[in-house]
Design a protein around this ligand. Sequence first.
Ligand code: ADP
Length: 474
Amino acid sequence: MRKTLYLKFLLAYFIFGFFGFVVVATFVSNMTFEQLRREKADALYREATLIANTYAADLYNNETSLDTVKKQLDALDTYLSANLWIINPSGLMILDSQAPVDVENETVIEGFDPTVTEGSYYTVGTFFDSFTQNQLSVFAPITSGYKVRGYVVIHYPISNITASCNSLLNISYLMLIILFLLSLIILIFFTEMVYLPLRRITEATEQYASGNMHYELQIDSEDEIGYLGASLSYMANEIARSEDDQKKFVANVSHDFRSPLTSIKGYLEAMLDGTIPPELNEKYLTIVLNETERLIKLTNSLLVLNNLNTKGMLLDKNVFDINKIIRNTAASFEGTCKNKTIAIELLLTGDELFVSADVGKIQQVLYNLLDNAIKFSHPDSIIKIETTEKHNKVFVSIKDRGIGIPKDDLKLIWDRFYKSDLSRGRDKKGTGLGLSITKEIIHAHGEHINVISTEGVGSEFIFSLPLDEDENED
Ligand code: ADP
């Protein structure tokens, strides 16, 4: 593909040069010749009419001698580089600028016919075989008393016109060559701006196709090619990132599965071999049960994620009191909050606030957000959960005074498997799935979720839900 594109352009370039040459050699050449012939004929016709009205007329009126007119014609012959004749309508030569006056040996032009010009004032040819080479012969009648007494004929060799035409054409050829060389600039531009970047893009795609997603593609131009390069490299980055994320995710998930399984195995073995006395079995079985629950939770979120991936989300919408759900969710975290001495403050609008949504999924959203808020809060701090009603929507805000989210991470936290570096120390169990599930749920409701966060100060997550007006009015 690479070579042919360049060759195609080169071919187009040479075809352009070839046709340029053909056009100059045929079309332009013909036009120039025609133009020169017409101009020459016009100029000679003016001269011929002038002679016909002055010297020649005088000659026929016997007001001047043949010799005087001959001298005038000779002078004009030299001046115009043309052969001047005065002839009778019968074809009898009266004067020839290129032959001496010879009254005895009269020259007659055989077959002379003044209508040869066919309505025009000039003709091209050998003029009744009087010349060996083609001539441009211009006619002007000499009239007196409304009668044509003779003709002034000026012959100009066509070869002279061809010579002038050729010298003009040489200029055209020169211009064509200059133009052809100048258009090399286009070829250089094409090479620099299209061909070479395209070659780099092709190389990059080959690298990407062979799995090297980290191959660096650098195209600096700001045109469509630059945009294509940038999009391609963005795509490769995204794929590379998602591959990295997948790997990280598998590592996280395996780790998360392994630690509860190891502890379950340890406790069960210890119970079986008697290391744990039977009277303590209940205590350790409870621990085993908790670990199993953790595993179920993890498996569930993986399933939720898988469902989101494959068929979007089916919502089971109904009308419920969001304030009540918030109170219940907050209550379920009471134990964890007590351990960390964190207080949850509820600032709920009204006693009841009805929304229309999938209650189970919204419960999960609240759970994820509150779980994060507690995980990332400093001990002895307050988490505020607030509901507000505006423009037929209910806004739920969960605000903590925890570690906050670095600015660069703000966009990434919604991505699947993403865990910020800052959070790793505090949250070893997180899989980085919570917020992406949360976002998918809110978006499936046609609503929005946003975050405002300052590193070291705290974070606030706000999402909207559709208010159920009928229920709220009652
Ligand atoms: P995880 O289940 O691991 O918590 P999430 O998708 O819920 O994953 O969160 C992704 C990342 O977003 C977290 O690892 C953390 O870095 C950041 N994050 C989420 N909520 C908060 C919060 N309230 N305060 C600070 N960081 C947060």
